[in-house]
Design a protein around this ligand. Structure first.
Ligand SMILES: Nc1nc2c(ncn2[C@@H]2O[C@H](COP(=O)(O)OP(=O)(O)OP(=O)(O)O)[C@@H](O)[C@H]2O)c(=O)[nH]1
Ligand SMILES: [Mg+2]
Length: 308
């Protein structure tokens, strides 16, 4: 060991340092993924106007001078019916038990009552410390907001209740301070600058799924899964070549995703390609296939194959 490294490894070095896992859990469409992307200053989690966009646990690391927060963005919690939905709600609920802090997020602009009560019910089953972020305050009149703060402060023993706008970044610094205060002392769990444990290959698949979510309507986004069939760097890292498949449940959905003369698929592919190019920082060749796997959202084996 050389002398330069010694101070970093002394027991005192991280004496005042805070670190821990923060699960972002909330109602569908509350703005959880938008907040994670804002916190990281980079898009790693897909977002859309439609509820139930996020399906997996998305990990993001935020480094501060005196703290490291490992965020877990999770799917929206609601009383789920079919197998796919139960599975993705379980992804969120399973994070409640083994994190240091739960950041509960609610949409202050359109409270859903049932989903919020269900969430509070689940929260009470665990003893994990929690902070409430009431999001989308850019859309809410102040008296309505104050009433909600009072209501939720009474419903659960939150460490703090912070009104924010994840989209505009309003009061996010206040929220970060509240989270740091609630975290335990300890050394960083990830090497500083880690950002995420996700691969670019996985995020690319999600970006394709986001475009399906944003560019098609009705039940189609909920019947879609994306797999990356091949992902390769070529031309000394100046080109990424991707073959991916959009899986749907029915022929009628396949027809919608392809569109007249293939126009919709082209639109999805171009939007996804631009987004992936921003992430990887080079040119991307994206080839999309569309196939039908009947009733995959109810099929255990298919769910596994698609990563759920
Ligand atoms: N006006 C406004 N819109 C917001 C804000 N935060 C998020 N949104 C929008 O709300 C929608 C949902 O955001 P997401 O981040 O996908 O929500 P989510 O909680 O991750 O949703 P699920 O993954 O489906 O549970 C998107 O259209 C966002 O742009 C906000 O502070 N203000
Ligand atoms: Mg989300």
């Amino acid at each position: 060991m050389n002398q330069k490294q010694a101070p970093d490894q002394s027991p005192d070095h991280y004496k005042d340092f805070k670190s821990g896992m923060v699960a972002i859990v909330g109602t569908p469409n509350a703005g959880k993924s938008t907040l994670l992307n804002f916190l990281l200053g980079q898009k790693i989690s897909i977002t859309s106007k439609k509820p139930q966009t996020t399906r997996n646990r998305i990990l993001g690391v935020l480094d501060r001078p005196k703290a490291q927060m490992i965020f877990l963005d999770t799917p929206g919690v609601h009383r789920a019916g079919k197998l796919l939905n139960q599975r993705i709600v379980d992804v969120a609920l399973s994070t409640l038990a083994d994190t240091d802090l739960v950041l509960v997020m609610m949409d202050a602009a359109s409270p859903q009552t049932d989903a919020e009560s269900y969430l509070i019910e689940k929260l009470k089953e665990h003893r994990t410390r929690s902070i409430l972020a009431l999001n989308k305050i850019d859309l809410v009149p102040k008296p309505t907001l104050l009433a909600q703060i009072a209501q939720w402060s009474q419903a659960h023993a939150f460490e703090a209740v912070v009104p924010i706008s994840a989209l505009k970044g309003t009061q996010v610094d206040v929220l970060i301070d509240a989270m740091v205060r609630a975290l335990p002392n300890g050394a960083p769990l990830y090497p500083p600058g880690s950002l995420t444990d996700l691969t670019e290959r996985f995020i690319a698949g999600e970006m394709i799924r986001e475009k399906v979510f944003r560019l098609t309507g009705e039940e189609v986004p909920y019947a879609a899964a994306v797999t990356i069939d091949s992902y390769s760097e070529e031309k000394q890292g100046h080109l990424v070549k991707i073959h991916a498949t959009i899986h749907l449940e029915r022929d009628s959905q396949k027809a919608i995703v392809i569109g007249k003369g293939g126009r919709k698929l082209k639109e999805i592919g171009e939007a996804a390609r631009l987004e992936i190019e921003r992430m990887v920082g080079c040119r991307v060749y994206l080839n999309l296939f569309v196939r039908v796997q009947k009733n995959w959202t109810r099929d255990e084996k298919a769910l596994q194959r698609f990563g759920y």
